[in-house]
Design a binder for this molecule. Structure first.
Ligand code: CP3
Length: 344
């Protein structure tokens, strides 16, 4: 491997500079992506390994990140469970048969990754071949809560009204659902590692809608199950819980080698609470990338100062990049991280 800074930082080893990648780094802010996207739907791109592989490599080639993340989506394995998934124009993801009761949960299947998401595994193999050791490849999945929220709401939500109602009105049904999803997440991620993913990230994008107590009771046991099972793979696991700085200790307790944090908390305070026996990933506000390069550079320096050259920091945004972002600003950010974190 030519550049293994990311994997070394995951293991909290010394690095020559702080490795950097961006959540959602392959996407609509890049002209290269849009060129392909104009000819294909998003799902077609995900399900055609050659296209998924090409798009995965775009940010590695153009912006010089220290890791690649597979181009795919957290909702793909839900099709194999029996959900009817569509990415509707301008609306984001829609699941046409939401899960609302015990019968719906019983009808859900566990997935066989080789049969249900063969294109994801094929894309991983292709990317590994094309990367040829330039940088490591990250695989990913949604976390049980975030996937459950889409399955119950039938899409994105502001209030999570149906999701929380099911959780509180029928806790047994809720736990059965979370149990099934957790098993799917484990087999999906294990298959990705077998296909060649060198690290995995679990995205709990919407769990910040819960109180710490509800997190502990309704979510933590299932996230913990996932994290425990993934120890068998021996690749680093990144646990990213968005908008969860009120419950960082609980997220850490659920598990993961690297804890991803958003920008709503200072990185130094977050790391202190997480503990220095874990690596940390984050945490620039993605909207910073709309600011002039001088401002971006200053905010990058602020975060690096908070990390204090401690081994085990992976630079990233605090959430996914926005599609309006100028690509030159992304390049300026990556260069600023690499320049200002150089160790002698
Ligand atoms: C919540 C979530 C989803 N998908 C994902 C999450 C968790 C990450 C997060 O919290 O941001 C994960 C995801 N989705 C995508 C990736 C690719 C890998 C990467 O570059 O990081 C990853 C890691 C591609 C994508 N996933 C999607 C796109 C845009 C599709 C397009 O080209 O139209 C991409 C590049 C679609 C998607 N997929 C999802 C939504 C809400 C949307 C619509 C987003 C929007 O319209 O802004 C569900």
């Amino acid at each position: 491997m030519k550049n293994d800074l990311f994997l070394r930082a995951c293991r909290r080893e010394k690095v020559e500079y702080t490795p950097v990648w961006l959540m959602r780094q392959a996407g609509r802010y890049m002209e290269e992506y849009m060129k392909i996207r104009r000819k294909h739907t998003f799902l077609e791109m995900c399900k055609t390994p050659e296209l998924a592989a090409e798009v995965t490599l775009q940010p590695v080639n153009r912006i010089g990140v220290d890791a690649a993340i597979l181009f795919a989506d957290i909702l793909l394995p839900l099709e194999g469970m029996g959900m009817d998934l569509e990415f509707a124009k301008g609306e984001g993801p829609v699941l046409h048969n939401p899960v609302r009761n015990e019968q719906d949960v019983n009808n859900l299947r566990l997935i066989e990754p080789e049969e249900d998401v063969p294109y994801v595994l094929e894309a991983i193999k292709l990317v590994r071949k094309e990367l040829d050791g330039r940088v490591p490849l990250i695989g990913f999945s949604g976390a049980p809560f975030t996937l459950a929220s889409y399955m119950i709401e039938g899409g994105g939500s502001k209030t999570y009204l149906n999701c929380k109602s099911l959780m509180w009105q029928a806790p047994n049904v809720w736990h059965e659902l979370m149990d099934k999803i957790a098993k799917v997440v484990v087999s999906y991620l294990k298959a990705q590692v077998e296909a060649g993913a060198q690290a995995v990230q679990v995205f709990d994008s919407w769990v910040g809608t819960l109180s710490p107590k509800d997190y502990q009771e309704y979510v933590m046991p299932h996230s913990r199950f996932v994290m425990e099972q993934l120890k068998e793979t021996s690749v680093p696991v990144i646990h990213f819980a968005n908008n969860a700085s009120t419950m960082l200790e609980k997220v850490t307790e659920a598990g993961g080698d690297v804890i991803g944090v958003d920008w709503r908390i200072n990185l130094d305070q977050a790391w202190q609470r997480i503990g220095y026996d874990k690596a940390i990933q984050g945490n620039l506000d993605p909207v910073t990338l709309m600011a002039p390069p001088k401002v971006i550079e200053q905010k990058v320096k602020d975060i690096l100062e908070q990390a204090d050259n401690r081994p085990g920091h992976i630079f990233n945004l605090g959430h996914g990049i926005n599609k309006e972002t100028p690509v030159e600003n992304v390049i300026a950010m990556v260069e600023a991280v690499q320049k200002h974190s150089k160790r002698s």
